[in-house]
Design a binder for this molecule. Structure first.
Ligand code: CO
Length: 256
């Protein structure tokens, strides 16, 4: 069942969404050569607690990993797709790309968003990877309105990504969000005909999160049991927003 939120609930989700946005705005300019991913973690954790919120990821149990995620951020560098763990040993270098993904719970409601940020000067092919991934998210957001269906979102991401010569990750998907971080429906970045194709209705909130690889689609999990990486070592980008379905179209909760 897909939970629909009332206007009062959407206002609460708006507050958590804007907190996540503020965190990502603060972190993005810290992504510089010589910085470590752990420095980002420290700043994010303080912002979350100062806001009276709780981190959504830290302590979140993921069955496939067999443990609770230990950080407030996922920081996934280059060929890391998702669930990269902040570390004082991970020193960023010019030409890297870093996906920063974070979520909070405020007043009972979750927000979740991700951006991929270049370190210094990145090459043309990486710039285009980031651009296409960002575009695929914006185009998917444009499909969020009552009467459209889930596959309109999935198919829009898939067509833009594959049409641009890249591949979508299949093992990780977007999701509904509300009083839980992960609610129905699952939102793959491709049309999965085994899944249902529900009609979008007012009050649904969707975390849409294209994960796009420069090379092959396949991923594997490192021996740390968390970090998902591309099998072929090619770089991967990730952008995410929470989007509410309203009578007049999409309301992106995770940006002003
Ligand atoms: Co998410």
């Amino acid at each position: 069942m897909i939970v629909r939120k009332s206007p009062v609930e959407l206002e609460k989700m708006r507050r958590s969404g804007l907190l996540v946005w503020e965190i990502l705005q603060k972190l993005a300019p810290m992504v510089q050569e010589g910085a470590t991913t752990y420095e980002l973690e420290v700043v994010a954790e303080k912002m979350i607690s100062d806001a009276g919120a709780k981190p959504a990821f830290k302590g979140y149990y993921v069955p496939s990993a067999g443990s609770k995620y230990p950080f407030v951020l996922c920081t996934s560098v280059n060929e890391e797709v998702v669930h990269g763990m902040p570390s004082p040993k991970r020193v960023l270098k010019n030409g890297d790309i870093v996906s920063i993904d974070t979520g909070v719970q405020l007043d009972g409601y979750f927000g979740d968003s991700a951006i991929t940020v270049p370190v210094g000067e990145i090459g043309e092919s990486l710039k285009r990877l980031l651009q296409v991934t960002r575009e695929s998210l914006e185009m998917a957001i444009g499909q969020v309105r009552p009467g459209n269906r889930l596959f309109d979102i999935c198919g829009t991401v898939e067509r833009h990504v594959t049409g641009s010569g890249y591949t979508v990750v299949r093992e990780f998907v977007g999701h509904g969000i509300g009083t839980k971080l992960h609610e129905e429906p699952q939102i793959p970045n491709y049309v999965d005909r085994k899944n249902e194709n529900p009609r979008l209705k007012e009050g649904m909130v969707l975390a849409i999160e294209p994960m796009v690889n420069l090379g092959g689609a396949d991923t594997k999990i490192r021996s740390d049991r968390w970090t998902a990486v591309t099998k072929d070592g090619s770089p991967s980008a990730h952008f995410e927003h929470c989007v509410a379905v309203t009578a007049t179209g999409p309301w992106v909760l995770t940006r002003p």
